[in-house]
Design a protein around this ligand. Structure first.
Ligand SMILES: Nc1ncnc2c1ncn2[C@@H]1O[C@H](COP(=O)(O)OP(=O)(O)O)[C@@H](O)[C@H]1O
Ligand SMILES: [Mg+2]
Length: 230
């Protein structure tokens, strides 16, 4: 399969299935010349009392763009485009390794999980469940479902607490430094999808992590694990 963003943007999007266990209108589709995708139309989003601004779709795109900019490549290619139910987020479908025990893997010390845990702290992910870990047949990890991210108040909620409190490595520190050094550019491309206040909060989370020089600890002020965790 050829991965080509132009095809992804312009190829015809055909719906093939609806994911019935998904919480929002989450559809599985196929783009001609590109391949399988997830499509979440903005019109299918349920309003969330604690995420008043922007769209969940926009936050998913913002998460992809930031993961790319930070050189993490942890989010499958994600764009906003038109589809049969109007504009929405379209994300490359990852064919997962069905034999992998996700709960066992998700509790391991795998270095890709550690990167994802750091990324979640950066984007303030409130919904990192085991089911949002996608591991392909080559063992490569991706994360999905980044609609509830970038909130201005700290709300990190994840199952990946096995790294809590560990000192950051040099490369993790370098990643944070580079994010701070490029904050103007990052603010520019994120501003299409999240609010100015949320971008300021993002920069302050990155500074705080850098000063702390450690992976975050679970909060005692809010539930630090999503429910259900799978
Ligand atoms: N890009 C993707 N590739 C493969 N599977 C995916 C992808 N995105 C989502 N999924 C699967 O579909 C499920 C539902 O998608 P998700 O993004 O979690 O939707 P919802 O917002 O409705 O919870 C996920 O738990 C995951 O198993
Ligand atoms: Mg989900």
């Amino acid at each position: 399969m050829k991965l080509d963003s132009k095809e992804m943007l312009t190829g015809e999007l055909r719906i093939t299935h609806r994911l019935v266990d998904a919480s929002n209108a989450t559809l599985l589709g196929e783009i001609e010349g590109y391949g399988k995708v997830i499509y979440k139309p903005v019109a299918g989003e349920r309003p969330l009392w604690d995420f008043p601004d922007g769209t969940l779709a926009g936050r998913e795109v913002a998460s992809f763009l930031l993961s790319e900019k930070l050189g993490l490549h942890l989010v499958p290619e994600t764009i906003l485009r038109e589809g049969p139910f109007g504009p929405g987020m379209v994300q490359r479908w990852i064919e997962i390794d069905a034999d992998l025990d996700l709960i066992e893997f998700g509790q391991s010390e795998d270095s890709q999980l550690r990167s994802l845990a750091l990324f979640d702290a950066i984007i303030n992910n409130t919904d990192r469940k085991f089911g949002h870990l996608l591991v392909d047949s080559s063992g490569r990890l991706f994360g999905c479902d980044h609609g509830v991210t970038f909130h201005r108040e700290e709300k990190l909620r994840t199952v990946l607490w096995q790294f809590a409190g560990l000192a950051l490595t040099e490369s993790e520190q370098a990643l944070l430094d580079s994010a701070l050094a490029n904050s103007n550019e990052i603010a520019k491309f994120l501003s299409e999808h999240v609010t100015e206040v949320e971008i300021e909060a993002l920069c302050s989370r990155i500074s705080k992590l850098s000063d702390l020089n450690a992976m975050p600890m679970p909060s005692e002020e809010w539930p630090a694990v999503p429910w259900p965790p799978v």
